[in-house]
Design a protein. Structure first.
Length: 384
């Protein structure tokens, strides 16, 4: 049973990276050096010391960490206040955990004041969490397990009784090194990376976790997500356990449409000059995969955007259940999937999977997959 949640903060609960970088840029400006975002990137998530000193090293500068740290504390709130830092689902998950009697620790390499400041900016009181372990409380930073071990000791729990929430390779390693299962969000790293370094569960963000009010309810959700449940559903030839959706529908839809337009922009269609973008939302993970059409001199060998998105999803997850499919084009009415694509989609969709067609002019049509292809061919041995 999972009895505690151990949260990394930056990139998991709060979107603070850009704020830290903005303050960092101001700081280096104050010592007469123009720093850019890229200078900070490889020094994130490892505590404030590395954030400043690593970046200074990269800039060939010698600075006083103490001065930088004071500057950071003095300027952080001013910049952070201007932005909504709370990430989707963070507050709800903490509130649900409270209700369920699940202990909550924040295990952040950041200084303690910043953790409390972020909680405040997220609209959470210090009492909404049970314990804060900060970078100053441990000698060794992530990927060492110390910060998570300290929380386990404080709660009197074994590693497998606490679920770690992380967003970086170092953080996932820290959680695994402490013997905990790790749930990674894909705010900072992508899903393949997260799985490859040992994450047990990968979700797009915390709002993918449905509401619960008891420890048992969360345990069932956890079993679903980590693939040890008996609720698996057959999609094509693969069993997957669908996430119960999760983000509000509008949010999933907005992200998928955005991803489809991004791919649309990359369409390789020098022959037809007709660009198509597609995005599929994976039922197992909530993750979004996109694709564009790719033509070639032998027209018939063209790959449509929908099939491109689907094969990308399979390459990442090994199997696929289509929760939602978005197709975007500069067509009026917006183009539906072609018949070849419909057959391929049929392999991975359920009759009630959502298909959303969007045009550049802003028209949007929503269908259930069964409306577009009521009678797909299903191979005899695959029929129910
Ligand atoms: N196309 C798609 O990408 N998806 C569809 O379902 C309809 C057609 C592309 C293929 C080709 O590159 C162009 O649109 C014109 O047929």
């Amino acid at each position: 049973m999972i009895k505690a949640f151990l949260f990394d903060m930056d990139g998991v609960l709060a979107d603070t990276e850009d704020i830290s970088i903005a303050v960092g840029i101001e700081y280096f400006g104050s010592v007469g050096r123009k720093a850019e975002k890229s200078h900070f990137e490889s020094h994130l998530g490892m505590g404030e010391y590395e954030f400043f000193m690593g970046t200074a090293r990269e800039l060939g500068l010698s600075i006083s960490y103490k001065d930088a740290s004071i500057f950071f504390k003095d300027h952080y709130e001013d910049i952070a206040k201007k932005k909504k830092i709370v990430l989707p689902g963070a507050v709800e998950l903490i509130q649900n955990a409270r209700k369920a009697g699940i202990k909550i620790a924040i295990c952040s390499s950041a200084p303690e004041w910043k953790v409390y400041k972020n909680l405040e900016l997220m609209g959470l009181s210090p009492e909404s969490v049970d314990y804060v372990v900060s970078g100053a409380d441990v000698k060794r930073s992530k990927p060492n397990p110390d910060i998570y071990q300290l929380a386990l000791i404080r709660f009197g729990l074994a590693g497998d009784e606490a679920l770690v929430f992380e967003d970086t390779v170092g953080g996932i390693n820290a959680g695994k090194n402490a013997g905990c299962p790790v749930c990674s969000v894909t705010n900072t790293i992508n899903s393949e990376k997260a799985f490859s370094v040992g994450a047990d569960i990968v979700i797009s963000d915390l709002s993918a976790i449905p509401a619960f009010s008891t420890m048992e309810e969360f345990w069932n959700i956890y079993k679903d997500y980590s693939g040890i449940s008996s609720d698996a559903v057959l999609y094509g030839a693969g069993y997957i356990t669908p996430l119960k959706r999760k983000l509000p529908d509008v949010y999933v839809e907005k992200n998928a449409i955005e991803a489809a337009w991004k791919a649309w922009d990359n369409a390789y269609s020098p022959y037809s000059k007709f660009k198509v973008g597609a995005a599929v939302v994976s039922a197992a993970t909530g993750r979004i995969y996109s694709g564009c059409n790719v033509e070639n001199s032998s027209y018939g060998a063209t790959i449509c955007a929908e099939r491109n998105a689907i094969t990308t999803a399979i390459a990442a997850e090994g199997k696929l259940g289509i929760d939602m499919l978005v197709v975007v084009s500069d067509d009026d009415p917006p183009a539906p999937p072609c018949a070849v694509c419909l057959q391929v989609i049929a392999e991975f969709a359920k009759p009630d999977s959502e298909v959303i067609l969007v045009s550049l002019a802003g028209k949007k049509y929503k269908y259930k997959f069964s409306e577009l292809l009521p009678k797909p061919f299903v191979f005899p041995t695959m029929r129910n």
